[in-house]
Design a protein. Structure first.
Length: 390
């Protein structure tokens, strides 16, 4: 039973595999590089994926959406492309290392001043704390839409209002919300929006994207061949070519486009409702357990469930779920180290269950039964075939 969709969604809808195979077997050419039929068809597929992603996220200008290899590359492009010496940045303890490490590197090198805003014990950020942290030289607010540890949905529209009122660019990481809940970038008013393609959007690994507001000037992270204006040595300014140097991951983008089409045809509201149903079932059945700690906000959550069993390391729980019950979950810090001290999960982290659209109620019931058995066995190590203490 696969319950690690917050890391990578699986299984993928069959149509995605079919579309990627179709590209590899029947097309194969690079987009924006030649004028023959296969190359033009390849370019058409990339354009279609870009357009449909823009529709899904309510992005007005599709050419402002650039493809990247993952969310990390998208976030690095935004951070290193917008900040200057002496700038002040506001971020939070809930962030993934894809945000924290670039900012920390700049801070340690004396390039920027950094404020890290705290959250409550469920991972929820108070937007007023963001506003209270603003300085005269604040040039970026960087926050994720949904915590990848607790699944908590942040008040991003209010943060967007704060950023606009103070004329500060707003970088939003939607890696854990895209494909799980409806997103309207025009309402959030984020200037930079980064995300991976292989999670809720059902794309393959090696895909991601970054939206850049046309009002913003961002230096490209890399420069090189773009397929246009090859006669000049300066990097072209035309979008999206300015940021898409080198041969892009066309087969991956085709798969991502197919994933977006699947979501649009399935209805994102239906996906969100199903995942919330599974989350509510986990909350209802596991909350009463005396020696189990839950780290979720029940009312502002996408469906991700994070917990610990007292006196049992998360890694051991994950090992038992995998080896005894054939249930795959994520354990540890989840690449988000700062949030754990705030929510009380310390240096060992949590056990994270992240159901997806293809998980069933019966599967979640089976997972609950396994967790209850492990929970009860902590008082009697002979109840399991292998030791539970570490």
């Amino acid at each position: 039973m696969y319950l690690d969709n917050a890391s990578t969604s699986w299984p993928k809808p069959e149509v995605i595999v079919q579309q990627m195979n179709n590209y590899m077997n029947l097309i194969g050419a690079s987009p924006s590089r030649s004028g023959y039929k296969a190359a033009l068809k390849s370019e058409e597929l990339v354009l279609e994926a870009r357009d449909n992603l823009s529709k899904l996220l309510c992005i007005k200008y599709p050419t402002q959406l650039i493809f990247t290899l993952n969310a990390t590359e998208a976030i690095n492009t935004a951070i290193f492309g917008i900040l200057n010496l002496g700038d002040h940045v506001i971020t939070t303890v809930i962030e993934h290392n894809s945000v924290l490490r670039p900012l920390w590197k700049l801070k340690e090198n004396g390039f920027i001043d950094l404020t890290v805003v705290e959250c409550d014990n469920t991972g929820l950020i108070n937007h007023t704390e963001i506003e209270n942290s603003i300085k005269k030289n604040t040039k970026l607010i960087a926050i994720n839409h949904v915590s990848n540890v607790t699944g908590t949905i942040q008040p991003v529209e209010k943060i967007g209002e704060i950023s606009k009122r103070n004329n500060i660019p707003f970088l939003l990481d939607i890696s854990q919300s895209a494909g799980h809940i409806p997103i309207d970038i025009s309402k959030i008013r984020a200037d930079l929006v980064a995300f991976s393609g292989h999670k809720g959007l059902f794309g393959p690994t090696g895909t991601g994207a970054l939206y850049i507001s046309p009002e913003l000037s961002v230096s490209p992270l890399k420069v090189g061949g773009t397929g246009i204006l090859s006669e000049i040595l300066d990097q072209p300014e035309a979008m999206p070519n300015k940021y898409e140097s080198g041969t892009i991951n066309t087969v991956g983008i085709v798969g991502l486009g197919a994933g977006v089409n699947f979501l649009m045809e399935t209805n994102l509201e239906k996906v969100a409702k199903h995942e919330k149903l599974l989350f509510d079932l986990l909350m209802k059945e596991l909350s009463p357990l005396e020696n189990l700690t839950i780290y979720n906000n029940a009312f502002h959550n996408t469906g991700l469930f994070s917990f610990n069993i007292n006196n049992l390391l998360p890694g051991r729980i994950g090992y038992l779920l995998d080896t005894v019950y054939d249930i795959q979950v994520r354990t540890g810090l989840h690449c988000a180290p700062l949030i754990h001290n705030r929510i009380g999960s310390g240096t060992n982290g949590t056990v994270r269950i992240s159901p997806g659209y293809f998980n069933t109620v019966d599967e979640i019931k089976g997972c609950i039964e396994a967790i209850v058995e492990i929970h009860n066995a902590t008082a009697d190590v002979t109840a399991l075939k292998i030791p539970i203490q570490q």
